[in-house]
Design a binder for this molecule. Structure first.
Ligand code: NAD
Length: 254
């Protein structure tokens, strides 16, 4: 449970920080209607186990199940989702010059849709779809339309295999994003981790690395994480309620 004292301490940390690194996981998009992995018993994840359908070896062998998941679940959910107050609060913190980096594990593009321009995508973005052979870009709606006629959409240029520009299980994280995130971790004086269970590595190391390098750490998450004991403050409240308050502090309105 979050107490008034916890909130006050979080506000004090934000007020005294000059370089905040935001770090988000699936929880920040839960209030936009995008289901998280670990605290949801949604039938979706039972039908489409992400560690199976989004494993690169399985996808290369036969992408049929992945594209079925895209058509039945991913596209309908994510094309309806809009940024919420949590996403917008991070835009306000950036606009106030207090949040130069926003590291995200999310692949939904909602930070950019809200207006953040400082997003470091660790796991890619499901709305970008690329040909594995020739690199041609395909539109998200265009691929969905193709799925009305075919189980596995081919590249419109070379008929090769196409894949969302997302880090699948069995793939490494993009080096440029990792370098930018490492800079944020090293240079921030406050690390604000939001809506992540902090169990997916290497991303989950980042809050601890920032802390070891001298930054303060705030964790906003509805359920306990393995790193709560290292945090200066843990707020167990919905991101869409907490972040607007912290953004008001960052913008000097509170
Ligand atoms: P996770 O599902 O492991 O954990 C989400 C956490 O968010 C949970 O601990 C939960 O308690 C918390 N949470 C739920 N609602 C919240 C709210 N309103 N406010 C604050 N916290 C809330 O997510 P993860 O740590 O990001 O790791 C999952 C992996 O799955 C990531 O790699 C991510 O790429 C991927 N993923 C992404 C999306 C997305 O893009 N929206 C959705 C599902 C999974």
């Amino acid at each position: 449970m979050t107490t008034t004292t916890d909130l006050d301490r979080a506000c004090d940390l934000v007020a005294s920080a000059s370089r905040i690194a935001g770090f988000t996981g699936a929880g920040i998009s839960a209030e936009s209607g995008v289901p998280t992995f670990r605290d949801s018993d949604d039938a979706l994840w039972r039908k489409y186990d992400p560690t199976v359908i989004a494993h690169i070896q399985n996808f290369r062998r036969d992408p049929t199940l992945y594209w079925e998941f895209f058509r039945e679940a991913r596209y309908p959910v994510m094309s309806r989702a809009h940024p919420n107050d949590g996403h917008r609060a991070l835009v306000d913190m950036e606009a106030a010059g207090r949040l130069p980096w926003l590291i995200t594990q999310n692949i939904d593009g909602l930070h950019q849709a809200a207006g953040s321009s400082n997003v470091i995508e660790l796991h890619g973005n499901t709305r970008r779809i690329l040909c594995l052979e020739c690199g041609a870009k395909h539109g998200w709606d265009e691929v969905y339309a193709m799925l009305e006629h075919t189980a596995v959409p081919p590249c419109k240029v070379c008929e090769g295999a196409i894949k969302p520009d997302v880090v699948f299980f069995g793939e490494g994280l993009p080096a440029p994003a990792m370098r930018q995130a490492a800079r944020a971790v090293a240079d921030c004086d406050l690390f604000l981790a939001v809506g992540s269970s902090l169990v997916v590595y290497p991303a989950a190391m980042m809050p601890l690395e920032a802390k070891v390098r001298g930054a303060r750490l705030i964790i906003v998450n509805m359920t306990p994480t393995p790193h709560d004991g290292h945090a200066d403050v843990v707020l167990r409240q919905p991101a869409g309620q907490v972040l607007p308050m912290l953004a008001e502090v960052a913008s000097g309105q509170r």
